[in-house]
Design a protein around this ligand. Sequence first.
Ligand SMILES: [Zn+2]
Length: 256
Amino acid sequence: MKSRSVYRATPDHAAATATAREERGQWVMACLYPSSASAKTIARRVPIAEMMPAYEPAGAYEAYAAQHTDGHALWVRYVVGDEPVPVLPDRMSVRIRHDGDGPGYCGVGIITVTVSTRCPQCGGPRGFDTVIPHRFHHDGDWYVADRWANKCGHVDMYDAVLAESREVLLPLVAAPLPVPAPPAEDSPAGLILTAAKKSRGMHAQQAARLLDVHGHIEEAERIRAELRSRNGHMSAKQAADLLHALSGPVAEGGVQ
Ligand SMILES: [Zn+2]
């Protein structure tokens, strides 16, 4: 079996959408990107299916980008159907146990904090809808804190939640995206665009063969996979746009 790097050069959106369709309304991690800008760009394109044929028709999927221990994750969910899917809020408020910072502090403290609803490890939705009161006994007194379970399986520890709540909560509203630079001439997308200029009506199948010749085997396979999901309807120009969109053309740090 072929090994894959953490940053998959050929994100398998077809597999992600298949899983998402089976579990309508449930968030599925589609893939990881090395830069937050790339993940945000793709997250913006998914709901409108812009150059993302796996997510057609427009409006069938929702998406968001979130930080992941190994990069930046794209999370998607399928929303087509009569019953509305529950809204994923941006924040959740919970009661946690915090017994004080200073030396000599004794006793139990319960404080209410507000944190993101995204798991800090994988970016998946936290169990904001599973919060239940947890009563505990300490030194003759009863206290109540909150507990919740994250669907991703990552466990939130109170100390980490407290630290997170003390960080500045940045607005989740997306900043304007920088205009991506055109593909470099010697990149797979650039090679296709140069050839397509000379050969009007060039098909994506020819673009894939061109990439084979130049040794860009993975990109050629990516195009063929897309072609299959589009039932063979794809121009060379569309293939170039797709590769360019997936290559993470926006510089890291372009969007904060
Ligand atoms: Zn997680």
